[in-house]
Write a protein that binds this ligand. Structure first.
Ligand SMILES: [Zn+2]
Ligand SMILES: [Zn+2]
Length: 248
């Protein structure tokens, strides 16, 4: 399994694209979240219209799904004919056509490819190609579902936004956990801090922790200091830059 950190930024960081990753396995190319600054990152990585098989949207905040209309529009413009699957919560599934219509009125009727919408639910498993996905709520200002993904060889999880629930086995023994963190050691409601994320990953025997969605000022002014402070001999901790890759 290969991970590409397309974006690692919070909603309004002018330097860093929104939090988003590609999960690439033998059979599948999956996009996790598609905020308003993410499509450019995808096209820079691979602009082929058939590149993606499936998209996961963690929650309905614009920095996690407002990139979808133009991403889907360009797939049509560039000749996509293969079905695309979008996995998302009930609210977006039900309002998806209105959302697309509001963004680019009348365009979806012209698409030559079909979009299959599948609803993600806490406690349920979705199988797609060689991937098995499961979901768990986080503590966030919107209903967010973290996703755990395995291809039978590796297990990774991506929190979307929000602090993970603490009394759960969902995140145990992961090869890679990407956690949304906002400030260094201050808990802001609806977000993890870097310090609490590290303690959480240690307690869950996670091999590698990736910290993303870091507050724009913290990232701009203090990143090198933070990199020094988070050195850890129990687990590998990374603060990826946009487009960094990670082979598991
Ligand atoms: Zn959010
Ligand atoms: Zn966000």
């Amino acid at each position: 399994m290969k991970i590409i950190f397309l974006g690692v930024g919070e909603a309004s960081d002018e330097n860093i694209p929104n939090n988003s990753q590609l999960i690439i396995t033998e059979k599948t190319k999956m996009l996790l979240d598609c905020g308003f600054t993410v499509p450019w990152q995808i096209w820079k990585f691979n602009s082929a219209p058939n590149f993606l098989d499936v998209i996961y949207v963690s929650h309905q905040h614009a920095d996690h799904f407002f990139g979808l209309p133009i991403l889907l529009l360009r797939m049509w413009e560039d000749g996509r004919e293969r079905d695309l699957t979008i996995i998302c919560q009930k609210g977006l599934k039900e309002s998806f056509l209105d959302f697309m219509e509001y963004a680019y009125k009348g365009f979806m009727d012209k698409f030559k490819y079909k979009i299959n919408l599948i609803e993600s639910k806490e406690g349920e498993i979705i199988e797609f190609s060689d991937l098995k996905l499961s979901f768990e709520k986080t503590v966030h200002s919107g209903e967010n579902l973290a996703v755990k993904i395995t291809d039978g060889k590796n297990i990774v999880a991506y929190s979307g936004d929000g602090a993970p629930l603490v009394n759960t086995n969902f995140y145990k023994d992961l090869d890679l956990l990407t956690l949304e963190t906002y400030l260094y050691d201050e808990e802001k409601i609806g977000h993890s801090s870097i310090v609490s994320a590290i303690a959480f990953a240690e307690n869950n025997n996670v091999k590698c922790l990736a910290l993303s969605h870091i507050n724009r000022d913290l990232r701009k002014n203090d990143l090198s200091k933070i990199r020094d402070k988070i050195k850890n001999d129990k687990i590998k901790i990374i603060i990826p830059e946009p487009m960094d890759g990670c082979d598991l």
